[in-house]
Design a protein around this ligand. Sequence first.
Ligand code: FAD
Length: 380
Amino acid sequence: VNAVAGRADGRIVVIGAGVIGAAIARWLAAAGGTVVVLEAGAFADGASGANMGQLSLTDREPAVHLDLARESLEQLRGETEDIGFRADGGSIALTDPAQVEPMRELVRRQRARGLEVKLLEPEEVRSVEPHLNPAAVFGLAYCPHEGQVDPLALTGLYLRQAEASGAVVHWRTPVTEWVVASGRVMAAVTPAGAFRADVFVLATGAWTREVAGRAGVDVPIGYHRGAVVVTQPVPPAIRGPVVGGGFLTPSFISRDHVEVGLLQRVNGSVLIGQSTRHVEGYDCGLVPGEIASMVRNFLRFFPVLDRVDAIRAWAGVTPFTSDRLAVFGFCRNPRNLFIAAAFKGAFSVAPAVGRHAAEAIARGRAAPEFAPFSPARFGV
Ligand SMILES: Cc1cc2nc3c(=O)[nH]c(=O)nc-3n(C[C@H](O)[C@H](O)[C@H](O)COP(=O)(O)OP(=O)(O)OC[C@H]3O[C@@H](n4cnc5c(N)ncnc54)[C@H](O)[C@@H]3O)c2cc1C
């Protein structure tokens, strides 16, 4: 996983400096590309600065998605810098009886793909999470290879690696317009001027629909707002990330909800997610009572932590598509516009997405296994 097959000759503009844009810039610059990164805001202003850093495997489908997550873990294991990386297990808690059968099926499929994952009955959950309240769950899918990473450390590392290979990052430089001619993007226009390139990569997360729309590309990427509460550091109480199985029931994503999603950082603080709301205008505000309902929900799962102080909360907007699959590949028109957005929980896959995007750009097209993620499925 240490090299890009082929050279990324030419000039490439990457738009968005979240973890996906940073990973792509890093691999493109290492593969010989002349890389410029344009970021509308400051460091980690988007979802990459708001998330919890959970790394998952069990929920990754189709097979290519699981492969990306496995390759990413391998890349992260090889990083020599301290990025708060741990991969000693993680769980999906079934919070509704309707999740049990879909999870049984998911576990069966993932085991057939060689993933080590098992479905525990409520009375068995304490073998992997000693303080988890068995009465709060209808089962627990446990994978010993899941884990966590410090999201700011990883995003920052990739940007520094990109710069060390010659990439130039422009902060507070939003792309406001495009120059498009003869089916190609000629330039990305910003208040600091126009940036010309051979290939343009959109790694703009929740903003992708709006930014692509200005180039005449309507890619239906929606977004919702997620919120997180952080507590004071406490002695070890939660072994691995524990997230809810809500994604197993189709209607779940379309409504506002508070779902279990938590992990204990290496320094002892507990991150309590996740309150999801459908918002307009990238609104990252918290609503009254929201923190209390997140904490109350958390305490159903880990009642032992009822004396812990919550010290801060924040929110971010994160993208999704109607079929829950990412958008990854060149558009048909303009044909030199490459989109890499809407990967569910992108930290689990960003390291590998960076490498495969660089390869696809070097080759001029994404590899066939990425067909499920192709922008072509949306007619763009
Ligand atoms: C509360 C919360 C918790 C989460 N927890 C997890 C988790 O535990 N694990 C996990 O893997 N994922 C988690 N996620 C999801 C994860 O954060 C995202 O999948 C990931 O950060 C997406 O990365 P990105 O680089 O695609 O997008 P972003 O990090 O959002 O980056 C996109 C960038 O594009 C920039 N941009 C936008 N418009 C323009 C423009 N016109 N010109 C230039 N730049 C522009 C933005 O400023 C932004 O910096 C969570 C998300 C939230 C909100």
